[in-house]
Write a protein that binds this ligand. Structure first.
Ligand code: XIL
Length: 388
């Protein structure tokens, strides 16, 4: 993989070498020897087939603010070098959300988002912009502002135009509308301020404004529980057909993929195919697979093995559909994941252990990518130690 490395990442190359070599099925303990060095091309992206971006959320903001560790993106060099080595696409986990960009009605604060997007540019990575129209993580001044419909419309148009044009050419995909349906397939008319106050037509306008601000950006709808065909994905399927019939610029269907092994693994391919048949790109945008955890004790080995199967199932479905061009993990390693803070009794949801060593899920993803791209015979792949 060709990557341009900023000086800070260069300095951390040695750390990276120690960080993510080999696959461990065992939960690492502090006294274990450091994993052996890996070559720089022994990564996920190095084995990705042409045209498929492998991405990660960039940790910062949100639940991280309540933690004792420093901001991962700016404060953890090992983490930064893993982001550079492993991924060809980055998604700011929180820093493009309204609560970060819009501290007050009259103010935009781009500092944190700029830092991530500049980092991606320096490293030749794509960026997925997340998100423009959502019911969650909105600032109090907006949610409790008692604005008229005209005022709200102007606020949203100004926001979308300002943010999307600022990053034109630097953000390749935008999650324009995030989580606008509930699990039964109904529009979130109560908790989404935009839909509640401005009606369902605001969704089309959001796409139009984003497209005007950056005609080259691919514009997505994005949600969880839409992996397979069902009430919620049907609602998106109908919406997208409707938007396309009106000439609204919608280009992509984003499947978040926040999975738990307590539910069956989703069967995704047919669902992705029907959106692809509409002419859309499809993307896995926020994949993690949570497993049962109890206190600080390690997850069961069987859970970690099942987790690997779920990750593989998702990647296999994506790789089987030509229009699936982007596969993003919702963060890593486990210590930075949002899961333990939002799902009681579950955790260990990413593909790397806390010390950045590889879980079976990582190894299985890498193997699938190598198979698909026909590079299983590469030296970096065959020399890699991966537990069976
Ligand atoms: C999560 C972040 O990971 C957390 O840091 C934050 O505290 C809450 O939001 N669906 C989405 C993402 O679209 O924006 C959410 O991210 C996870 C669920």
């Amino acid at each position: 993989m060709e990557v341009l490395r900023p000086p800070a990442a260069l300095a951390a190359t040695a750390l990276l070498a120690l960080a993510i070599a080999g696959c461990t099925t065992e939960y690492p303990i502090a006294t274990e020897p450091a994993p052996t060095a890996i070559s720089e091309d022994d990564t996920l992206s190095a084995f990705a087939p042409d045209g498929v971006k492998i991405g990660s959320a960039v940790a910062g903001g949100g639940h991280h603010e309540a933690q004792t560790y420093p901001d991962p993106f700016s404060g953890d060099e090992q983490y930064r070098s893993v982001l550079v080595a492993e991924f060809t696409s980055l998604t700011p986990e929180n820093q493009l959300k309204w609560e970060y960009l819009r501290p007050t009605q009259d103010e935009y604060n781009f500092d944190a988002a700029d830092a991530i997007i500049e980092f991606a540019q320096e490293n030749g990575q794509d960026v997925r912009g997340h998100t423009l129209l959502w019911h969650s993580q909105n600032p109090g001044w907006l949610e409790q502002g008692n604005f008229t419909a005209d005022e709200l419309r102007e606020i949203l148009q100004d926001h979308i135009t300002t943010v999307v044009s600022r990053y034109a050419g630097k953000i390749q995909q935008w999650d324009v509308a995030n989580e606008i349906f509930d699990d039964a397939g109904g529009l979130r008319e109560r908790d989404n301020i935009w839909i509640r106050e401005l009606g369902p037509e605001i969704v089309a306008d959001a796409f139009r404004w984003a497209h005007e601000a950056d005609p080259d950006a691919l514009l997505f709808v994005n949600d969880y529980n839409v992996e397979q065909i069902g009430a919620k994905s049907d609602a998106y399927y109908t919406l997208v057909q409707d938007l396309l019939a009106q000439g609204v610029p919608v280009h992509g269907f984003g499947v978040q993929g926040h999975l738990s092994i307590q539910y069956p693994a989703p069967s995704m391919q047919a669902n992705l195919e029907r959106f692809a048949d509409l002419g859309l790109q499809v993307a896995i945008t926020e994949l993690d697979v949570r497993v049962p955890v109890s206190g600080d004790s390690r997850p069961e080995q069987s859970a970690i093995d099942t987790q690997a199967e779920y990750y593989s199932t998702m990647l296999e479905a994506c790789l089987a559909v030509d229009a699936c061009t982007s596969f993003t993990l919702w963060g890593l390693p486990d210590k930075y994941s949002w899961v333990p803070h939002f799902f009681s009794g579950e955790g260990a949801a990413t593909v790397l252990w806390d010390d950045f060593s590889r879980k079976p899920a990582y190894c299985d993803l890498q193997e699938l990518l190598a198979e698909k791209s026909g590079t299983t015979a590469d030296a970096a792949f065959t020399s890699r130690v991966c537990a069976a």
